[in-house]
Design a protein around this ligand. Structure first.
Ligand code: DPP
Ligand code: ZN
Length: 874
């Protein structure tokens, strides 16, 4: 396969002004007629017309009304090239596709008998021949024709301008999008669906029609998506002064979808997982996911659609920025400082759980990659979540007000354009009146920087010196890194736990944002009246690893007092991690296991501290995950990690039994279910307490879980109880699973949970997963179902997946190969779960290598999977 390089970007030979599309929709035989008006791009003289097209049949091709003969163009399985074209022309193209045979869910496909499209990044070329690149922006008019009884609803981007019957049982709808857009934002839906709709007043007095489209049986699950959409519109008006620019905004839910959702102009298409919710079927986490994703896709309307990417290397321009925007939206929706901190802690967890490992593995790439084989492999946590951290750092460096000015300037300069990450940075630098040239390295250098900190207190001079030193490990293709521009937010705690007043670099505050730009620098705080405990990287001010040789005493002090909730939580994580690592070694060595009471007492104090939000206490009591522990080890021993972590859970469950029970009782949420943050936080703490109590397999814990399972009034409590029973290995777990299935067998998203909970259970081995795959409800073609069972086992059940006999890896290879034949994008995600194979013991490595080679040996492998396994083996 061919590698594509960022530095080889060239502007398109021709621009497209208008696109008229006509669809005669038929599952077996859909005819697409396209009429393009094009003009030569003055920037690139002499280039031919280059149209992408894959998996479609060319039926007719006319230029300026004249049919072109085979001598007039070149056609292969990827491109249609017309060498001799006038400067202005009209092209008419007719193509043929078979949507029902499209299992890739990319382009035009059929799901549960309905038509949907997915065009980002390069799906449009599976629909018609077109310059399928984001820097070609055009105005679209779309005519849809289909059987009326089977497909009563016909939707596309923009405004509905005409609809009617065609006589022969078919009907039509004509849509017009008033805004220029790149082809990846095109969408159509032809389906039997119903909608919840509402007219919503915009800030400037206009009204917009909002619709959420679902299958008929799901109309009782659309309220929260609609509410989230209205909140998103309001929030973008207030926080960024951005208004909805259309008369109509539609969200459509589909059960077969590769991603979470897609921001097609005016017609967002969503995975059902991020639309459908009511208390009976959705958990607090599901509700939060819906709010975040509805917000994310809506916010793309400005950051992504109005201003788009020049090329796919710039993907983070829209994704990093839009993730940052959805994070801020979710935080503002909670509204309290402590609630905001809990969302920040969640973000830090995601980075450590997924992005840092990516940055340290064979697929490591900069936020703005330099090359790729398959762009679909670069919709990553680095581009998204690290990209969001990069945007957040602008705000930290510039302050909120100047950051907002930078956003305003960005829209002023680039509305309607396809631009680059450099353009965004320039807007921030100009509006912020800051030199941000070194900041560019956050876009160009991969790898997680390490900031090493050392402090020195001088009691005579009353100064505290903090020396910060940075380094960044090598990543594929990047041996040496230059220093980053890193904002490090620092506070100093006195012996009484209160923040000391800081004097540094002319600043006067309790938290100072130090800017580390050199390899090393010493910052001096003056007037420091006592030896302080430093709180470094407050609010996780940069996506780095912080090294500081904290003593337990210092960590306990921070855990009890830090005014910065993120660092307060962080101190607890450090205390826990040190113990988990020691215990993992002890398990491996066959030593006796022991957990100190100091740590347990610190947890007890936090748990009972009513001045803290329940949601924060839940976070503070949550141990680092098995994969985070693995990340800290030279040679990973998954079974030892699992046993060590289970030991800590059980020990906490026993030692804090009375306190956990008290919190369990105190945090009940009687009355009607509400997904608001306060109630969700209480449920979270209560259910964490339940998990600890059940982890001891005590009669009390199991009885409590069983009672909660039997009487649960909402899905959050029900799955928490079921999970507790499963993880405790309770005798009643099987019966509970069966009744759960029987109660929800017609709720696909709940059955996904049912599979996922079993896939993650410590008792589930490869044989048990294979057995579950034979269940009538399993269907590997449905991405959500494949993810719930196969992915959850390979990614979320480390001690079984890494079975010493290599059976987990053989299973992985089989599934990657099977999925690749159906859906390369999904297969490639699963392939990534073997990224870090070189970190395991030699015996496991040998098995893993064999599995990787087995996949690599398949002749008809997709570029998607090929790129991932080749990089892993390289
Ligand atoms: N659907 C993906 C997202 O919204 C790609 N744009 O992030
Ligand atoms: Zn996005």
């Amino acid at each position: 396969p061919q590698t594509i390089y960022r530095k080889e970007y060239t502007p398109p030979g021709f621009m497209v002004e208008t696109v008229e599309l006509g669809f005669d929709l038929d599952p077996q035989r859909t005819i697409v007629a396209s009429r393009l008006t094009m003009t030569r791009n003055p920037e690139s003289k002499g280039r031919a017309i280059e149209l992408h097209g894959e998996n479609i049949i060319l039926v007719a091709l006319r230029m300026n009304g004249k049919t072109l003969s085979k001598r007039d163009y070149r056609l292969d399985d990827k491109m249609l090239v017309i060498p001799n074209a006038p400067d202005d022309l009209t092209l008419e193209i007719e193509t043929l596709t078979a949507p029902v045979k499209n299992t890739t869910l990319n382009g035009l496909y059929v799901s549960n008998g309905n038509f949907f499209t997915q065009c980002e990044a390069e799906g449009f070329r599976n629909i018609t021949y077109f310059p399928d690149r984001p820097d070609v922006m055009a105005k679209y008019t779309v005519m849809l024709r289909a059987d009326k009884a089977t497909y009563p609803v016909l939707l596309s981007n923009g405004n509905l301008i005409e609809e009617g019957d065609l006589g022969d049982g078919r009907h039509f709808a004509k849509w017009e999008d008033p805004f220029k857009k790149p082809s990846y934002l095109f969408a159509l839906v032809a389906a039997r669906l119903v909608c919840q709709e509402e007219t919503f007043k915009l800030a400037d007095g206009r009204s917009a029609l909002l619709q959420v489209w679902v299958e008929e049986g799901n109309l009782d699950k659309t309220d929260y998506a609609m509410q989230s959409l209205k909140n998103s519109i309001r929030w973008d008006e207030e926080r960024f002064g951005l208004e909805l620019d259309l008369d109509r905004f539609m969200i459509v839910a589909v059960g077969d979808f590769n991603m979470g959702a897609m921001e097609n102009k005016g017609l967002n298409i969503f995975n059902t997982k991020f639309v459908l919710a009511n208390p009976r079927v959705a958990t607090d986490i599901d509700y939060a996911g819906i709010e975040a994703v509805v917000g994310h896709e809506y916010f793309h309307n400005w950051t992504g659609n109005r201003i788009t990417c020049r090329d796919w290397f710039q993907l983070s321009l829209k994704e990093g920025l839009t993730v940052f925007r959805d994070q801020e939206f979710s935080a503002d929706m909670i509204g309290t400082e402590s609630g905001r901190a809990v969302t920040r802690i969640d973000q830090v967890r995601t980075l450590r759980q997924a992005q840092f490992p990516e940055d340290a593995g064979p697929m490591a790439h900069p936020v703005r990659p330099d090359s790729f084989v398959e762009i679909n492999n670069f919709y990553t946590v680095t581009v998204y979540e690290k990209g969001a951290e990069v945007v957040r750092m602008y705000q930290t460096l510039l302050g909120r007000e100047r950051f907002r000015k930078g956003m305003d300037l960005y829209f002023e300069r680039h509305d309607g354009q396809a631009v680059t990450c450099d353009d965004f940075r320039a807007a921030m630098a100009d509006a912020g009146e800051r030199d941000l040239s070194q900041f560019e390295r956050w876009y160009s250098q991969a790898g997680t920087p390490v900031v090493h900190a050392e402090g020195r207190y001088d009691a005579d001079a009353l100064t505290y010196e903090l020396t910060l030193t940075q380094r960044c490990p090598a990543t594929p293709g990047q041996e040496r890194k230059l220093p980053f521009h890193i904002p490090v937010a620092v506070g100093l705690l006195g012996a009484d736990g209160r923040d000391l007043h800081l004097n540094v670099d002319g600043l006067d505050a309790v938290t100072a944002v130090l800017e580390l730009t050199d390899a090393s620098r010493t910052f001096r705080f003056s007037g420091v009246k006592e030896a302080p405990t430093p709180s470094i990287l407050r609010d996780f001010s940069a996506p780095v690893v912080l090294e500081y040789d904290y003593t337990d005493t210092e960590l306990l002090h921070l855990f009890s007092h830090d005014s910065d909730p993120v660092n307060r939580w962080e101190a607890g994580q450090r205390l826990a991690m040190a113990r988990l690592l020691k215990l993992t070694s002890a398990v491996a060595a066959g030593d006796t296991l022991d957990l100190d009471t100091t740590f347990i007492e610190a947890l007890r104090k936090i748990l009972a501290d009513e001045s803290l939000d329940a949601a924060f206490r839940e976070q503070a009591l949550l141990l680092p995950s098995e994969s985070m522990i693995a990340d800290q080890m030279e040679v990973v021993n998954p079974q030892a990690i699992h046993q060590a972590r289970q030991f800590v859970r059980r020990t906490i469950g026993e030692a804090l039994r009375v306190d956990l029970r008290a919190q369990y009782d105190a945090n009940q949420t009687p009355g009607a279910y509400s997904p608001d943050a306060l109630s969700a936080g209480r449920r979270g703490l209560k259910n964490l307490a339940l998990a600890y109590l059940a982890s001891t397999s005590s009669e009390e814990g199991i009885a409590l879980a069983q009672a909660q399972f039997d009487n649960a009034g909402n899905m959050t409590d029900r799955v928490a109880a079921l999970g507790a029973l499963i993880h405790a290995g309770a005798a009643s777990a099987q019966a509970a699973l069966q009744s759960f299935y029987a109660d929800f067998d017609n709720e696909a998203l709940v059955i996904d949970k049912w599979f996922a909970m079993q896939a993650a259970a410590p008792a589930t081995d490869v044989a048990a997963v294979r057995e579950l795959m034979r269940h009538a409800a399993f269907n590997i073609k449905n991405p959500n179902r494949a993810r719930s069972l196969v992915f959850t086992f390979c990614v979320g059940n480390a001690s079984q997946f890494h079975a010493p006999d290599g059976s987990g890896y053989a299973f992985w290879a089989e599934q990657v190969i099977a999925l690749d034949a159906l859906n390369p994008q999904v297969a490639s995600r699963l392939a990534r779960s073997m990224d870090r194979w070189r970190r395991y013991a030699p015996a496991l490595q040998a098995h893993m290598k064999k599995a990787l080679q087995k996949v690599a040996g398949v002749k008809k492998l997709s570029n998607d999977v090929r790129e991932v396994v080749s990089k892993a083996l390289a």
